[in-house]
Design a protein around this ligand. Structure first.
Ligand code: GDP
Ligand code: MG
Length: 245
C-alpha cells in the first residue's frame, strides 16, 4: 500500500564528502515515503559510499566531476527524477523529518521552499558567531539589492519543484550555491516561501567551510548577479509557520 502523504514524487539530494560516520544518523531521519535518495560523493576517502549503499539499498550514487558543494548539488539535481527536489546535508545538521514541512509549502503553492534558521520557529546549534554575523550582513545586502525579504541567506536546506531547475540555471562550484539559488529564484519571479528550520550541530568531523574565503565567494556572487538583473523582481514570501486562516 502506498502511504505517501503527497501525490508528487520527491527526490532528496545529499552532497557528502567524508561523512561515513554521520550518514547512519542522517538517513535514519528520512521519511519512508521519499521516492529517491541521491548521494553525491565528493571523492570521499572514507567509507561514505559503501556505508550509504548498505544503509539504503535503492540509493543512487553520483560521483561529482569537479570539486565543491555547489558542483555536487548541481550534478545531483540534474540526475534527480522526482517532481520535487529537496537538498539536505550529510553531516547530521539538517533533520529529514522537516522534509514534510518543505514539501507542504510547495504543494500549497510555493515554487521554492527556502529553509530559514532565523524565521520564527527556526534555530541553529551549529552556526558560529562569525558566520552568524557574516550571514546577517550578506542577507541584508541581498534583500537591499534584490528586493527580497529573506531572513537567512546561506542555509543548505531548501526544496523546489524540479521544473524550475532551468530557471535557477545553476553554474557555480562552491558554498555560494545557496546564495545563487536564492537570488536566481527571486530574479526568475518564483513564489518563495521560507520554512522555519532547526539546524543541529554536525555530529562527527569538521565543517569544510571557511568563513572568510567562502564569505567572499558569497559576496562576489551577490554583486555579480546584480549585473545580470533584468527588470523588476517579483517575490511572494511568507513564513510557513504563519499561514493565515
Ligand atoms: N560532494 C560534496 N559534498 C560536499 C563538499 N563540500 C561539502 N560537502 C557536503 O556539504 C554538506 C555541508 O558541508 P559542511 O562542510 O558541513 O559545511 P557547513 O554546513 O556550511 O559547515 C555536508 O554534507 C558536506 O559533506 C564537496 O566538495 N563535495
Ligand atoms: Mg555542516
Amino acid at each position: 500500500m502506498n502511504s505517501a502523504p503527497f501525490a508528487f514524487s520527491v527526490s532528496v539530494i545529499v552532497p557528502a564528502m567524508n561523512e561515513a560516520e554521520n550518514l547512519p544518523h542522517v538517513f535514519a531521519t528520512l521519511p519512508s515515503w521519499i521516492d529517491e535518495v541521491i548521494l553525491v560523493d565528493g571523492n570521499s576517502t572514507d567509507d561514505t559510499v559503501a556505508v550509504a549503499k548498505a544503509l539504503r539499498p535503492g540509493l543512487r550514487v553520483v560521483t561529482q566531476t569537479r570539486r565543491g558543494k555547489g558542483n555536487a548539488l548541481t550534478e545531483g539535481f540534474a540526475a534527480a527524477t522526482g517532481d520535487i527536489i529537496v537538498m539536505i546535508d550529510a553531516d547530521g545538521s539538517t533533520d529529514g523529518r522537516e522534509i514534510h514541512a518543505f514539501v507542504t509549502a510547495l504543494v500549497e503553492g510555493a515554487d521554492f521552499a527556502k529553509g530559514s534558521r532565523c524565521a520564527p520557529g527556526g534555530g541553529s546549534d551549529d552556526i558560529s558567531p562569525i558566520r552568524s554575523l557574516g550571514n546577517t550582513m550578506l542577507t541584508k545586502m541581498t534583500n537591499r539589492l534584490y528586493g527580497t525579504r529573506y531572513t537567512d541567506l546561506c542555509y543548505g536546506y531548501n526544496a523546489f519543484w524540479a521544473r524550475h531547475l532551468d530557471a535557477l540555471d545553476l553554474d557555480c562550484d562552491g558554498f555560494e550555491i545557496e546564495t545563487l539559488m536564492n537570488i536566481r529564484a527571486a530574479q526568475a519571479g518564483l513564489v518563495i516561501r521560507e520554512v522555519p528550520s532547526h539546524e543541529r550541530s554536525r555530529i562527527h568531523g569538521a565543517s569544510n567551510l571557511h568563513a572568510v574565503r567562502d564569505g567572499l565567494r558569497v559576496l562576489r556572487t551577490i554583486l555579480r548577479e546584480r549585473e545580470g538583473r533584468v527588470g523588476g523582481v517579483r517575490l511572494h514570501q511568507e513564513h510557513a509557520g504563519h499561514a493565515t486562516a
